[in-house]
Design a protein around this ligand. Structure first.
Ligand SMILES: [Zn+2]
Length: 485
């Protein structure tokens, strides 16, 4: 990997040259030779890997979709074909290595193991699809560490900071990216596992005892945690920055979080988002700012981002809205090319130097319609119209009169052939006029999702929190699809 300080000041032209060079080498020396899936695909489609000379030639390669990788009952081992493996035995057994050590010596064997042997694994968090494994070699772990260093560097975290990691323990990117980042940056870390592991009360105690300056959270749980803390009159005055990961951060939520921190004694807390995906094996930091959104800084020596028209797949121009397409150029373990993320970058891909920090690495706009958590049914058919359930998130999370909420889809009388119904459960803030709120929500839900609610039920905060599984589930169940198949 390149030196980050150097890379983030490099003129874009030079960055592109570097990416072209790395892509060429990656295609010829790794993908074509050692990736079973792509090697077969290129042969089948009669694509000469040497024809891919740079970013501008990427369009010769077909897209890779989630379902190309996800295991199925028929092909449970599918994801293995996306692992770069110079030979079967290296990843499976040691037969070949034993031979190699006699001829080339121990160092050569160790180097191969460092490069290729899978030693760490993450899974995607699909709700309906089977989880897909993504493996890392030791070399890859050095990359995720370096990515973590870059993330904290952009966030201006220093060795004086104290970080509490509130992501649940899980074989997921969010938790481990935070773990490796803290380790590489030499900061004091408490990897708590969040309320699900240590309990919300103990986590609050830890905040008061350790006096952390930084905390890392899933947005929905953070909001719940802080409201509980306010009720208990806790002192979180040591907090300077909050980093979110794991799901999309609706802009209205950032303000709510800042407001809660004021009540907990922490003024001017900076609330920052990360964008990450299991398939890319790293997360990227949003450029820190209190007001404006300058986008996420990318790592151009590790990957290429394209933005394409989600319908036609044709590239869109710089700064234009498009679906994010990811291509790996320097990974071992699992590697994907032209992966259709399903995430829409509203402000597109930005290649100008960052107006906020001056870094020259490409940026992807802050406003990402993140579909991953709900990808399987985000564009679902309710009442015969295709609706975008993601639009509930900014609307509900940013609404000033709402504390907690949940959406449930059902069939009338639980009859699979009957009408779709969509219910909204709302725990309003105190002293809110419920009639007015209900009218407001009905109108806004129709405006933002193009579906009219069957009904709205008002509930208490503990009731909705328990329905959401806030303390028990890995991710809260914000949108429930209880329609029988
Ligand atoms: Zn910046």
């Amino acid at each position: 990997m390149e030196n980050w300080e150097k890379l983030s000041r490099m003129p874009y032209k030079q960055i592109k040259e570097l990416q072209d060079k790395k892509l060429r080498a990656f295609m010829a020396n790794q993908i074509y030779l050692y990736s079973p899936y792509y090697s077969n695909l290129l042969k089948e489609l009669k694509i000469d890997p040497l024809k891919i000379k740079g970013i501008d030639d990427l369009h010769h390669l077909p897209f890779t979709y989630k379902w190309d990788i996800a295991p199925t009952d028929e092909e449970p081992q599918k994801a293995k074909d996306f692992v770069i493996r110079p030979d079967e035995e290296l990843t499976e057994k040691y037969g070949h290595l034993a031979k190699m050590s006699m001829t080339s010596g121990k160092a050569a064997v160790e180097e191969k193991i460092y490069d290729f042997k899978p030693v760490h694994i993450h899974f995607t968090t699909g709700r309906t699809a089977m989880p897909t494994p993504f493996v890392y070699s030791k070399r890859d772990l050095d990359h995720i560490r370096e990515a973590g260093y870059r993330l904290l560097d952009v966030f201006e975290v220093t060795t004086d900071d104290i970080v509490v990691n509130c992501f649940p323990f899980a074989p997921h990117l969010a938790f481990w990216q935070t773990f490796f980042a803290g380790e590489k940056m030499d900061v004091a870390n408490f990897h708590s596992g969040g309320g699900k592991i240590v309990g919300t009360k103990n986590l609050m105690d830890a905040f008061e005892y350790l006096r952390p300056t930084v905390a890392v959270f899933i947005p929905g749980y953070c909001y719940y945690f802080l409201r509980e803390a306010v009720k208990q009159g806790r002192d979180f005055s040591s907090i300077k920055k909050i980093f979110f990961g794991g799901e999309r951060v609706p802009p209205g939520l950032k303000d709510k979080i800042k407001e809660l921190f004021k009540q907990l004694g922490a003024e001017e807390v900076m609330v920052l988002a990360t964008y990450g995906m299991t398939e890319a094996k790293v997360a990227w930091p949003e450029c820190p700012s209190h007001e404006e959104y300058h986008g996420y800084h990318l790592y151009p020596d590790l990957e290429i981002f394209e933005t394409v028209d989600p319908e036609s797949g044709d590239p869109v121009g710089e700064g234009e809205e498009g679906e994010i397409v990811y291509t790996s150029i320097d990974w071992r373990g699992t590697a994907v090319l032209r992966y259709r993320t399903g995430d829409i970058a509203k402000g597109g891909l930005l290649l100008e130097p960052c107006p906020n920090c001056g870094r020259t690495v490409p940026r992807i706009s802050s406003n990402i319609q993140r579909k991953s958590e709900l990808k399987e049914f985000s564009m679902t058919k309710v009442k015969g119209t295709l609706i975008n359930l993601n639009n509930f998130f900014p609307l509900m999370m940013g609404h000033p009169d709402i504390e907690e909420w949940q959406v449930e889809m059902r069939k009338r009388n639980d009859d699979p052939y009957d009408m779709d119904e969509i219910y909204l459960y709302v725990a309003p803030k105190e002293n809110v006029d419920r009639e007015k709120l209900a009218a407001d929500l009905k109108q806004k839900v129709l405006r933002d999702t193009e579906v009219s609610l069957t009904d709205i039920f008002f509930k208490t905060v503990p009731e909705v929190v328990s329905q959401l599984g806030m303390e028990t589930e890995l991710k809260e169940k914000r949108i429930l699809d209880n329609r029988p198949n």
